[in-house]
Design a protein around this ligand. Structure first.
Ligand code: XMP
Length: 326
């Protein structure tokens, strides 16, 4: 609309004035904030922006392809796609503790990103999709929990190490405004209104030891769940169950149980489905998904994903359970 149009014009002018003819790098994660920041900065300075997309091998099904299609394909932005999955999985082999997994993924991420950033010797700026709530939180205005239940990996400290100036064009915006800006910049609404996805990705949705085999099974089960949530409309509200939930995903349980299929006996893995409704992610209720939806998802996963023969639904609220299983 008109207001958003003039906001974009101003933001573009501000970015151009700030960076002049210098080059900018940005870590693209596929999440809303970094995507909108990339689209905005690209609108302002085109090829002076290089995006670095690090694939840690723990992304959702076809996610890397979607990010590349969107930014390199449709927006014609410069994007370096670093497939570091083997490197990440190598570092994670045999590690079962959730916090250790987070630390390894976070540290490896910084390392891979830095190595790429150093190759872009002309870059003078590091762009980040920091939004207003992030600013407020790190300034201490918001009361923080006394104990860290889960360490969220972030890339604070990177600009100093790399000797880059910081460009944060979304610093004044709330999440809703970031989403509206993304749509106005031409990003697909499906991408802009996606559920949040944790930085460590499937690394905290595969319980214990992470293996590529597990990640591949989980990706397919998760994609079926999300597809059915998007396709199932609640008649009372006219909204999809994807829209009616705040976060939904599958979790891989490295446990085998017995099943029957045709004339044979199976002995395969289990996935748990998790779907929650929440306004702040600090507390959350498990979503009362329709039985027909659960039934369809379960039968599709078991029939289509060879290697999984049992599906369960998580009926735990937060607290005392957390949203993620790790
Ligand atoms: P929990 O599991 O603590 O999750 O109830 C609350 C919200 O935080 C997300 N989450 C993470 N996000 N890095 C992230 O970027 C992490 O390590 C991480 N752990 C949890 C979770 O997906 C939910 O939205």
């Amino acid at each position: 609309d008109w207001q958003m149009g003039s906001y974009i014009d101003e933001a573009v002018a501000r970015i151009r004035e700030q960076v002049g003819s210098e080059e900018v790098i940005l870590g693209l994660s596929g999440g809303v904030d970094s995507s909108v920041a990339a689209a905005l900065i690209h609108r302002a300075i085109g090829d002076q922006l290089t995006c670095v997309f690090v694939d840690h091998g723990l992304l959702r099904l076809n996610e890397a392809q979607m990010v590349m299609d969107m930014f390199a394909g449709r927006l014609h932005a410069r994007v370096v796609h670093v497939d570091a999955s083997e490197q990440f999985l190598g570092k994670l082999a045999g590690v079962t503790d959730p916090e250790r997994k987070r630390k390894i993924i976070g540290a490896e991420f910084v390392e891979v990103f830095q190595a790429e950033a150093k190759k872009l010797t002309n870059a003078k700026w590091l762009a980040q999709g920091t939004i207003y709530p992030d600013v407020v939180e790190s300034g201490g205005t918001k009361t923080k929990k006394a104990t860290t239940i889960k360490s969220h990996h972030n890339v604070g400290g990177l600009p100093e190490t790399l000797g880059l100036k910081l460009l944060e064009p979304l610093r004044e915006l709330f999440k809703d405004e970031v989403r509206a800006l993304g749509v106005a910049l031409g990003l697909p609404p499906d991408m802009v209104y996606r559920h949040p996805f944790p930085g460590p990705g499937l690394g905290v949705r595969i319980l214990g030891d992470i293996r590529k085999e597990y990640a591949d099974l989980l990706r397919r089960a998760d994609a079926i769940f999300i597809e059915e949530l998007r396709n199932t409309i609640d008649p009372a509200t006219g909204k999809s169950w994807y829209g009616l939930t705040s976060q939904a995903f599958a979790v891989f349980l490295p446990v085998k149980s017995v099943g029957v299929m045709g004339d044979g006996r199976t002995y395969d893995y289990v996935v748990a489905l998790r779907a929650v409704q929440t306004s702040d992610f600090m507390t959350a209720d498990w979503a009362e998904l329709p039985y027909a939806l659960l039934k369809k998802v379960s039968s599709r996963i078991i029939n289509e994903v060879r290697g999984i023969n049992r599906v369960t639904y998580d009926v735990s609220s937060k607290p005392p359970a957390t949203i993620e299983w790790e």
